[in-house]
Ligand binder design. Structure first.
Ligand code: ATP
Ligand code: MG
Length: 187
């Protein structure tokens, strides 16, 4: 083992301030909660945090919505709750496009230090939001803006652009043993 004296000292992380693109994807539990954890950390550092959720509807009052409201972190539901079960896919698509316009504005405005796009991979996969435009906006955002994208099946172009990508892989999930969603854990 190299003696400690000869090891390269770590650079102080203070210097460059650079907005990161982080992606939480995969089929295991923890994508949204990781994004909320990061939002909590950023908020604690005085960063201006804004959260958009592409599937949840505006009225959702899950545990995270209650806690984030207490902290004064704005969360916006952009979807109609259960989009994949929706009968009117045209309406869901319009909703997603309208939501994306709002999220886009928030990212490009530079008024927010961290923007969370929870569940954003779904409208991208359904083709409701153009992947090309999505990537283009992230590419041209103000340089200090951090963006977190969550959802299963992150498109390759998004993974390629991202700085940090974590895949939540399901090893086990209580749901598979027939355990229903638990308040405070799942919602
Ligand atoms: P969480 O919000 O708990 O961090 P997630 O964002 O990773 O989960 P989603 O794909 O958004 O997961 O799923 C939404 C809901 O489905 C959550 O209540 C989550 O607990 C649950 N879930 C996540 N992964 C699985 C799985 N592999 N099987 C069944 N249910 C799951
Ligand atoms: Mg989620």
């Amino acid at each position: 083992m190299e003696s400690p004296r000869r090891m390269k000292p770590y650079a102080k992380p203070e210097g460059e301030r650079r907005g990161l693109l982080l992606v939480y994807t995969g089929d295991g539990k923890g994508k949204s909660t990781a994004a909320f954890g990061l939002a909590l950390r950023a908020h604690g550092r005085g960063l201006r945090v804004r959260i958009f959720q592409f599937i949840k509807h505006q009225g959702a009052r899950f545990g995270e919505h209650r806690a984030l409201a207490q902290l004064g972190i704005p969360v916006e539901g952009l979807g109609d709750g259960f989009t994949w079960k929706s009968r009117d896919l045209e309406a869901s698509a319009r909703l997603a496009q309208g939501g994306w316009e709002r999220a886009k504005e928030a990212i490009l405005s530079g008024e927010w230090d961290l923007v969370v796009l929870d569940e954003a991979t779904y409208p991208l996969r359904y083709g409701w939001v153009s992947l090309e435009e999505f990537v283009d906006v992230l590419n041209h955002r103000p340089s200090q803006v951090h963006v977190v994208v969550t959802g299963r099946g992150a498109p390759e172009a998004l993974v390629a652009l991202a700085d940090t990508v974590t895949e939540m892989r399901k090893v086990k999930h209580a749901f598979d043993q027939g355990v229903p969603a638990q308040r405070g854990i799942e919602h």
